[in-house]
Design a protein around this ligand. Structure first.
Ligand code: ADP
Ligand code: MG
Length: 342
């Protein structure tokens, strides 16, 4: 008979690597987490530099509020966050992050460097490990996180990475989603020395459409139908693709809830149903939609990557989304094409 094994706590590094398995699937996941941290720090400029499809280097630099030098170690330790402090705040989450897991996870599967400088500091402070003392370095206000040799210590995960092309495409898609989530932030992205994205702050509607054009293409923008529907609890704004601009794949569907990109199969189905037979069977609409809902009516703490949310009143919200899209499309049919800025 086998002797039953005794229980022991996992070493910290291993626990972090296991947690990393949930949130850090590939280079694009690192970018999502780092850029979301920059957005949470109220950055208005975010520069992303990638080398070798992300496995060599992912660097995200922002001009946000920075991290206090005494907190740098904490930023790299698990379940440490500046974003929530009590369980009642879990039902009022307005930041993109709150789990305090991204940086320790990334740091456990890469060589990470974190440099940050706050407004009132004379220099930046750099750290590589949570056990390390920060060192002073020259750095402008804001934060730079550099992630080198991703998955160098996890050969199994490295083997699961796809071709450089696929990983680069994923990175670009992630950057585009993030860039569509915040028009009030300038985004730049360089991949192996080549500028892939350069999106200035877009205040006016025509500037916003120019940004969307760079991401979704001019065909979408030319005929896009603006939507702005308000209900008691939610608002839905953004742009619906014209009924003639349907696509073979559901590859241009962006849905944001309170600034967070959501990938929800049910919501995609609902929007598709609202287009009904205005587009041919088997084809997909394109859209960029922004929904706002009071924070306490939506639960974002469903999945570690936070791509899914749960509504308190699912049927009601789904019904409103359907109605908003359908009404706007109907109106378009009655009044003819909207004037889009040239
Ligand atoms: P979370 O975002 O869930 O709080 P993270 O591990 O992503 O957890 O980050 C830990 C903490 O480090 C954050 O709560 C924040 O205080 C700080 N931080 C991380 N990135 C930045 C950044 N770019 N600017 C300012 N603070 C940051
Ligand atoms: Mg975070």
């Amino acid at each position: 008979m086998l002797t039953p094994k005794r229980i022991h706590a996992l070493p910290l590094q291993l626990a972090n690597q296991i947690a990393a398995g949930e949130v850090i699937e590939r280079p694009a996941s690192v970018i999502k987490e780092l850029v979301e941290n920059s957005l949470d720090a109220s950055a208005t400029e975010i520069d992303v530099t990638i080398e070798g499809s992300g496995s060599q280097l992912i660097q995200v630099r922002d001009n946000g509020s920075g991290i206090h030098p005494d907190d740098l170690c904490l930023a790299l330790s698990r379940h440490a966050t500046s974003k929530i402090s009590s369980s009642d705040q879990l039902s009022q989450i307005s930041s993109l992050g709150f789990r305090g897991e991204a940086l320790p996870s990334i740091s456990s599967v890469s060589n990470l460097s974190l440099i940050s400088r706050q407004h009132d500091s004379e220099c930046g402070w750099q750290i590589h490990h949570e056990e390390e003392e920060p060192e002073p370095v020259v750095h402008p206000e804001g934060t730079t996180v550099a992630v080198r040799d991703l998955f160098f210590n996890l050969p199994a995960r490295r083997r699961f990475l796809r071709s450089a092309r696929t990983e680069q495409q994923q990175i670009l898609t992630t950057m585009q989603r993030l860039a569509l989530s915040r028009f009030d932030v300038r985004f730049q992205c360089q991949l192996n020395g080549q500028q892939k994205l350069n999106l200035p702050i877009a205040e006016s509607e025509s500037q916003q459409l120019a940004r969307i054009g760079k991401i979704c293409g001019q065909a979408f923008v030319k005929q896009a139908i603006a939507i702005d529907q308000q209900f008691d609890i939610i608002t839905i704004k953004g742009w619906l693709g014209h009924v003639e601009a349907h696509r073979p794949q559901a590859d241009q569907q962006y849905f944001f809830i309170n600034g967070r990109i959501i990938r929800d199969r049910l919501i995609s189905q609902i929007v598709r149903q609202a287009y009904a037979d205005l587009i041919p069977a088997g084809r997909h609409p394109a859209y960029v939609l922004y929904m706002t809902i009071p924070l306490d009516r939506v639960d974002v703490n469903v999945h570690p990557t936070k791509h899914e949310v749960r509504f308190r009143e699912t049927r009601l919200i789904h019904g409103l989304i359907h109605r908003a899209v359908k009404d706007q499309l109907q109106q378009q049919i009655i009044t003819g094409p909207a004037q889009t800025p040239s």
